[in-house]
Design a protein around this ligand. Structure first.
Ligand SMILES: *Cc1c(COP(=O)(O)O)cnc(C)c1O
Length: 235
């Protein structure tokens, strides 16, 4: 535990310092950026360790893993950051603070139906595929689904779309992620222009590119590896 806490606090201090520096460069307030610690590489015990160091928001990319860890650590605010299959909506809804990765109209509609059934509202982000990679999930700008989004969004009563998310292509040089982040910000402005004013969040930036993302306006950064460096099993 002593070792674990020392490693976590060291990594966290370093990440925090980089977040502060990026905020300063962009003349943004630190409070505008929420650190979501993505715990997919580590055990429940390690994830819980983060709470001892003041992290409140935890994320998982796989629903089953989120179910497991959220049951063990209900005091955290849980974020689902990866693909959600429709047959996993029912179990996921009661556990999450925010779903970052809504990538189809069908999923939006499944969430609306299930949230109505459970008599709750759920906050979500729309995932955009801006890198054009086939393997990635997300709405594609210029795609058919994007066209019908405004009509779908205006029908939702239990799902609140509060922002957008993207995953940049993995690049050695983080500057190469910047155009995707800029595009996400511009897309949010376009949505605001269409009357979706509540669409305020931008979830973008991971261990390798979160500073650039903050400079481009990220309000949620999803960081895994950089927080867990030095622990067993972490890439
Ligand atoms: C794993 C993951 C992250 C964190 O990635 P790191 O490079 O480890 O910081 C962020 N977002 C999503 C969607 C992920 O799956």
């Amino acid at each position: 535990m002593a070792d674990l806490d020392a490693i976590l606090s060291g990594n966290l201090a370093e990440v925090e310092e980089r977040i502060w520096a990026a905020c300063a460069r962009a003349e943004r307030d630190r409070s505008e950026v929420t650190l979501v610690a993505v715990t997919k590489y580590v055990s429940t015990e390690v994830a819980r360790g983060l709470l001892r160091h003041g992290v409140t928001d935890l994320g998982e990319s796989r629903p089953q893993e989120l179910w497991k860890k959220a049951a063990a650590i209900p005091e955290a605010k849980w974020h689902l950051v990866g693909h959600l299959q429709r047959n996993k909506v029912e179990r996921t809804l009661p556990l999450v603070q925010l779903i970052h990765s809504v990538d189809s109209i069908r999923l939006l509609e499944a969430l609306e139906a299930e949230a109505a059934k459970q008599q709750r509202t759920v906050e979500v982000l729309l995932e955009l595929n801006l890198s054009g990679e086939e393997a990635k999930h997300g709405f594609r700008p210029g795609g058919n689904e994007i066209e019908t989004l405004p009509a779908t969004l205006s029908r939702l009563q239990h799902v609140r779309v509060i922002g957008l998310m993207t995953m940049a292509a993995l690049e050695e040089n983080s500057e190469r992620s910047r155009p995707a982040f800029t595009r996400l910000r511009e897309f949010r402005e376009k949505m605001a222009g269409m009357g979706f004013g509540a669409c305020r969040h931008l979830s973008m930036g991971m261990s390798n590119d979160f500073e650039v993302a903050i400079e481009e306006g990220a309000t949620l950064v999803r960081i895994g590896t950089a927080l867990f460096r030095g622990l067993e099993g972490v890439p």
